[in-house]
Design a protein around this ligand. Structure first.
Ligand code: LMR
Length: 328
């Protein structure tokens, strides 16, 4: 698989390096939806591909398909259960059909920052969540970070009332629908690849996402600035099908586990810098980034707090407590 390994190192790389698997190598298709250049998930997936193809050459061969070129997040998990793709890293908001436990990650203003998210995910309560879909045949292997979410629309957003009546694109999560309902806004679930066009044509007025997605998808071009809200988290679970995973040769499974752990640690540690770079790149285009005063921020926190109560039964009070404890 030397070609595949070489391809993954290329920087032009939005096309999967998918032609280099040798006969006899077990192919691992890894499908995701973001860009690859300067994106936390894009970089992590390419690094995983590079290392698997170098260190497991002759045994396994990973092919990464970015940019929704193979599946979007609505389809990828079904495809995984059918055996058409072996790995993916959908955002934690995309598992609604498989578990309600991951809704914890969409509670507004729960985590202070990505370091708190990291501590929660490393805790026993967080690690348990990797197994929350085992009854559905999905196995969580690792968490990957993207970043804290920022808010934007076609008008300035400084207090909750500014969002009233506006249409916002949300990921496929009932918690996120509740968040925007709570603001008196109109949430619309929509797949990632459709968001730019929907913002551009006014199908929706606004959106929420990490700096790297707002930059990578150029959402800032079709919005009236971005408000630095850090009101939620956009993070990923690297998943596979339990059936495929359990069927692997023991040594292959051990090597994959080790490589994925090392890649996750390395790339998660780099995410704050990458997000800061994406924000700086957005500001360098002349896009306005608005900061909230403590009073304005408190208004958003207060307005959205009822969402916690509504979804706590889905995730369990102990999990909410563990997540809050991770802030210290
Ligand atoms: C989104 O749909 O906005 C994100 O989940 C995309 C991603 O994978 O970062």
């Amino acid at each position: 698989n030397d070609d595949a390994a070489a391809g993954s190192e290329g920087t032009s790389g939005d096309v999967a390096a998918n032609s280099g698997c040798d006969a006899g190598e077990q192919v691992i298709k890894f499908s995701h939806v973001t860009n690859t250049d300067k994106h936390p998930k894009g970089i992590a997936a390419n690094l995983l591909q590079e290392r698997v193809n170098e260190e497991m050459n002759g045994r396994m061969c990973m092919e990464v398909y970015p940019n929704s070129m193979l599946y979007d997040d609505d389809k990828v998990l079904e495809a995984m259960l059918l055996g058409d793709v072996q790995m993916a890293a959908p955002s934690l908001s995309k598992f609604e059909n498989y578990t309600t436990k991951l809704r914890i990650f969409n509670f507004p203003f729960l985590f202070d920052n990505i370091d708190a998210v990291d501590r929660f995910q490393a805790s026993p309560a967080g690690q348990d969540l990797l197994n929350s879909m085992s009854d559905k045949g999905l196995k969580g292997l690792s968490f990957w970070h993207s970043g804290m979410k920022q808010l934007s629309a076609d008008k300035p957003l400084l207090v909750p009332a500014d969002a009233r009546g506006l249409k916002f694109r949300v990921e496929n999560s009932d918690v996120l629908v509740a968040v925007f309902d709570q603001l008196g806004a109109n949430p619309q679930k929509m797949s990632f690849k459709e968001v730019y066009g929907a913002l551009q044509t006014g199908v929706v007025d606004g959106q929420e996402n990490s700096w790297s997605n707002i930059y990578g998808q150029k959402f800032f071009e079709v919005q009236d600035g971005i408000t630095n809200t850090d009101h939620g988290v956009l993070d990923y679970m690297v998943v596979t099908s339990s059936r495929w995973w359990d069927g692997l040769d023991e040594q292959d499974r051990a090597d994959l586990t080790r490589i994925l752990k090392e890649v996750s640690q390395e790339r998660n540690a780099a995410v704050n810098d990458l997000e800061a770079e994406a924000r700086a790149a957005i500001e360098a285009t002349g896009t306005v980034v608005r900061e909230l005063t403590p009073e304005q921020r408190e208004q958003w926190v207060t307005a959205l707090r009822p969402v916690w109560e509504r979804f706590t039964p889905d995730v369990g009070a102990a999990t909410v407590k563990a997540a809050q404890d991770a802030n210290k």
